[in-house]
Design a protein around this ligand. Structure first.
Ligand code: PZK
Length: 287
């Protein structure tokens, strides 16, 4: 990052900088979190896998919605982005019943105001994908809200537009992933508005950090599914009997290597590119 850039904020995994009044730099690190805790051990190339996947999807979904990507830097882990006015809601699309969706369904039979059929099991495919908005609560944990509440936060017309865009993005991503042996169970989008008032896709898109990717070959409803990327890390952490509060444990080299391989495998399946080609020329994902 040669030029002066003002650090705007840190996520668990990403760093955000201002380049100027109109441009941001979104840097994805090799940090990994599990059970909501950042671990002390990094996974080499994880940042470049996530950045490359995001850039890949941005380039292939422009027919659905414009996005904030201006440039992919040659480090492979940094995106120059247009600065947007971000909507104050996260937009999750769920095609399968998992995580907080499964939790809410078990308690109420509904998810974010969507009544669902009786008798669904954990990880079951839904009859149709549903849009489940959430707000960032002060606790740092997202809080599911219903469409009425989302519409009151962004306006009814804007909410209708955001819902339609998010559904179309999910359907596109899920169909592509399915053809490559990956179930896209759910995914989170962050949308913003540009200076002309146009709705624009921001943040990262359709990555394993913003989505649940499940290996299709192992899909078995009725229980939680193994995660495509983080399962080795989760299994190792579970084997320690760690209480899931910070600081997390160091991760052994073999678990790191296996996890890196899973990220690279997801990248290669979804992009149909060799990861080495991406390292040699990051722009390859945009073509
Ligand atoms: C924006 N975040 C999340 C927080 C991170 C990321 N295009 C944009 N315009 C204006 N703001 C944002 C974006 C994007 N993307 C994203 N916060 C603001 C965030 C902390 C670290 F890397």
């Amino acid at each position: 990052m040669p030029e002066a850039a003002l650090h705007l904020g840190s996520g668990k995994v990403r760093e955000l900088y201002a380049l100027d009044d109109e441009r941001l730099l979104l840097v994805t690190t090799d940090r990994i979190s599990t059970f909501d805790v950042i671990l002390p051990t990094e996974v080499p190339d994880k940042g470049r896998v996530l950045t490359g996947l995001s850039a890949f999807w941005f380039s292939r979904t422009r027919h659905i919605v414009p996005n904030h990507l201006l440039a992919l830097r040659d480090d492979g882990r940094s995106l120059e982005c247009r600065r947007l006015e971000m909507l104050p809601v996260e937009i999750v699309v769920r095609g399968y019943l998992s995580g907080s969706g499964w939790h809410d369904y078990r308690a109420t039979g509904s998810v974010c105001g969507h009544p669902l059929p009786h008798g669904l099991r954990e990880s079951d495919r839904l009859p149709e994908p549903i849009v489940t908005p959430a707000t960032k609560a002060v606790s740092g944990h997202d809080e599911n809200i219903d469409a009425r509440t989302a519409a009151s936060l962004v306006g009814a017309r804007r909410w209708a537009e955001a819902e339609a865009v998010a559904l179309a993005l999910y359907r596109f991503g899920a169909a592509h992933a399915e053809s490559r042996g990956i179930v896209l169970a759910d995914t989170k989008f962050e949308l913003g508005i540009d200076r002309t008032g146009t709705l624009v896709l921001g943040d990262e898109a359709l990555t394993p950090d913003s989505s649940r990717f499940w290996p299709a070959a192992a899909y078995t409803p009725g229980r939680p599914q193994p995660s495509y990327d983080k399962q080795f890390v989760r299994d190792y952490c579970e084997s320690l009997g760690w209480d899931k509060t910070a600081p997390g444990p160091d991760i052994p080299a073999a678990v790191v290597t296996g996890t890196r391989a899973r990220y690279v495998e997801a990248f290669e399946l979804l992009t149909e590119l060799a990861f080495d080609d991406y390292l040699a020329d990051p722009q390859v994902v945009l073509r």
